[in-house]
Design a protein around this ligand. Structure first.
Ligand code: PLP
Length: 393
């Protein structure tokens, strides 16, 4: 039985009547951009995330760009970003003429290394961008302390982390100065196209971001600042309004799937459990580090990432057996061609380099069945047994 990396049609089928009705409602209203559906989505997000202001945006990338613009980041400024993330995190810094400063990530969580951030601060540093990578909370509290000390802004890239909680229960996106979210269809909460959101507890920044979202216009056709078209479509907000009440169930299903993976990898003799950071004879597959202090969503498993040494060969094998997978991300920022002239691109980033060569995302979506999870693990075990041992010590 093939197991795709993600099957969005299954989720659509479970909510089809409500989603179809929402789409028709927007069609009949012909309120196509912003409007009542967007207002409703923003208020619902403020309640869900426990944040003062949520502002719907055209995409997660635009949310980051807008956040940097609202903070006045531009030429001569430095913004500290992890070198291991999706491209937009660094691309938006460069687009504004500022310089991204790459730092390595933590080998357990794959999130930004707080010690490396401190070491990267210069007189030009304006902001730090922690990414809650794969859906796991980064240590924003530690970064806020550093930010206070050096008078920097913290922008959370929470594109993969809608609903992720810090250990004390606060949801990410409202901890730094600005939170940036994406509703790209493959995220835990996906729209029917591109969509995103910024969040903040700062009234002044909220006002500015609302204005920048619509060309900096206030009142109509009077521009005191240069913004852009970062508006969200009503149809996307309508879809999100239907889906948001189900998000917690989906997070819970992903967590159960992660727990099953741990059990099955242990049963197959490929792992001794989560939290192992070095390969050894009992750990030829490294599992995601997870912390479940209670029933808290400190990791919402937007992606379930394993690490294996001969990854590309193993991936080709499971692919041919019908198991979907993806490499997030094969090339860290410091090795991207477009960033050759970034001064820190020549620094050493040992953790990110190892991750880029060994990470593999395997299916984790909420509708996945235990038998499918079993099949994914069995196919990986079969590769290790019959083709060549995964481990090359
Ligand atoms: C998806 C993603 C983005 C960009 O979001 P889009 O909606 O695709 O523009 C930014 N940062 C991270 C970490 C992401 O995963």
């Amino acid at each position: 039985m093939p197991v795709p990396l993600l099957d969005l049609k299954l989720q659509y089928q479970t909510l089809k009547p409500e989603l179809d009705a929402a789409l028709i409602r927007v069609a009949e209203s012909q309120a196509c951009i912003l409007g009542p559906e967007v207002d409703r989505m923003e208020r619902a997000m403020e309640a869900y995330l426990g944040v003062k202001h949520a502002i719907g945006i055209s995409s997660g990338t635009d949310a980051l760009l807008l956040a940097f613009m609202a903070l006045g980041i531009g030429p001569g400024d430095e913004v500290i970003v992890p070198t291991f993330s999706f491209f937009a995190t660094a691309g938006c810094v460069t687009r504004l003429g500022a310089t991204p400063v790459f730092v390595d990530v933590d080998k357990r969580t794959y999130n930004i290394d707080v010690g490396a951030v401190r070491a990267a601060i210069t007189s030009k540093t304006k902001a730090i961008v922690p990414v809650h990578l794969f859906g796991q909370a980064a240590d924003v509290d530690a970064l806020m302390k550093i930010a206070d000390e050096f008078n920097l802004a913290v922008i959370e890239d929470a594109a993969q982390a809608i609903g992720t909680q810090m250990a004390d229960g606060r949801r990410v996106g409202g901890i730094g100065d600005i939170g940036c979210f994406s509703f790209y269809p493959t995220k835990n909460l996906g729209a029917f196209g591109d969509a995103g959101m910024v969040t903040t507890n700062n009234d002044e920044l909220a006002l500015k971001m609302r204005q920048l979202r619509n060309h900096g216009m206030e009142p109509r056709y009077y521009h005191t600042m240069v913004g852009g078209n970062f508006r969200i479509d009503s149809i996307q907000a309508a879809v999100l309004n239907v889906k948001l009440p189900h998000l917690q169930e989906w997070h819970a299903a992903r967590r159960i799937n992660a727990t099953l993976y741990t059990q099955y990898f242990i049963d197959a003799g490929l792992s001794t459990g989560t939290g192992v950071t070095e390969f050894d004879h009992n750990n030829s597959v490294l599992l995601p580090f997870t912390e479940f202090p209670s029933d808290i969503d400190t990791h919402i498993f937007n992606q379930y990432i394993i690490r294996v040494q001969n990854r590309d060969d193993m991936r080709a094998y499971i692919q041919q057996k019908g198991i979907g997978s993806e490499i997030y991300y094969p090339v860290p920022f410091h090795k991207q061609e477009c960033f050759v002239n970034v001064p820190t691109a020549n620094n050493a980033f040992p953790v990110s380099d190892v991750l880029a060569a060994t990470v593999l995302a395997i299916p984790i979506f909420p509708e996945l069945m235990p038998t499918q999870i079993q099949e994914v693990v069995a196919t990986i075990a079969e590769y290790s047994r019959t083709v060549r041992p995964i481990l090359e010590l």
